[in-house]
Design a protein around this ligand. Structure first.
Ligand SMILES: Nc1ncnc2c1ncn2[C@@H]1O[C@H](COP(=O)(O)OP(=O)(O)OP(=O)(O)O)[C@@H](O)[C@H]1O
Ligand SMILES: [Mg+2]
Length: 252
């Protein structure tokens, strides 16, 4: 990865973001209907995330990590409380406004990669750019640059079935990064990877965080991911039980 190459283009726009805050979570409660009653998955969460985060939501299975990540990603709405993402209050957004926020500002990485099987690597990475108003030439430049960062230029015409798990996840990272989002949300991104590939993609994400200032929020219980984090937020039974900043530079 070459930082000189990446600095000229669109860097994340922080217009409308007060004091570098990209996410504010205020008195967030999320209840799911279960039978005749409700299950409280998130119980009065208060958090702030600033630009440049490399933060993990950690905690046991069922503690609410994915639920919180989905609400921050405007894929779900709070039952009560407020979540402000890049200056926009999630609970007040129409489906169309939520889709606009996701396509313009957010990148998503999932455990199962979620690549489109009939498309090539190039087409998978180009896909989010088709939703933006860019020329074919600009799209190609961005896709190829992103594939180069992630060491995938020799796989540009391959399809997902021809790739290893680690390569698929690198394509998924490229797809999340290609539009230079302000914030990337990654739910258990290493769950299907072996140790070497996990370290490989974590190093790449950390480098993207440091060179492009893209913020990352992970949901994870993988110790390999935890070793790279700059901030650890521990959830238990839908509550924040610990929020600690790691002082030393991550160096697992
Ligand atoms: N749509 C839903 N309907 C009912 N309950 C739900 C729903 N989604 C999540 N839950 C419940 O909310 C709780 C939190 O779920 P969540 O998926 O956020 O946990 P998690 O911390 O991501 O766990 P894991 O580590 O297993 O991925 C769980 O008890 C889950 O069963
Ligand atoms: Mg989860």
């Amino acid at each position: 990865m070459n930082s000189k190459k990446t600095n000229n283009d669109k860097s994340p726009s922080f217009e409308g973001i007060k004091g570098g805050l990209i996410v504010e979570v205020k008195n967030l409660v999320k209840k799911f209907p279960v039978g005749a009653g409700f299950f409280t998955a998130l119980n009065d969460i208060n958090l702030e995330f600033s630009e440049g985060e490399f933060t993990g939501l950690v905690g046991p299975s069922g503690s609410g990590k994915t639920t919180l990540l989905n609400i921050i990603g405007s894929l779900d709405v709070p039952t009560s409380g407020e979540v402000v993402v890049i200056g926009k209050s999630i609970g007040n957004l129409s489906p169309k406004q939520a889709a606009k926020l996701r396509k313009e500002e957010l990148g998503f990485i999932f455990q199962n990669y979620n690549l489109l099987p009939v498309y090539t690597v190039f087409e998978n990475v180009e896909f989010p750019l088709l939703l933006l108003n860019l020329s074919a030439g600009e799209r190609k430049k961005r896709v190829m640059e992103t594939l180069e960062w992630l060491g995938l230029t020799d796989k540009v015409n391959s399809r997902p079935a021809q790739l290893s798990g680690g390569e698929c996840q690198r394509v998924a990272i490229a797809r999340a990064m290609v539009k230079r989002p302000v914030l990337v949300l990654a739910d258990e991104p290493t769950a299907n990877l072996d140790s070497a590939n996990s370290h490989n993609i974590l190093k790449m994400m950390l480098q993207l965080n440091e060179e492009l200032k893209t913020s990352f929020i992970f949901a994870t219980h993988d110790e390999k991911v935890i070793a790279y984090l700059k901030r650890i937020i521990r959830l238990q039974d839908g509550k924040v039980v610990e929020d600690k900043t790691i002082q030393a530079t991550p160096n697992p």
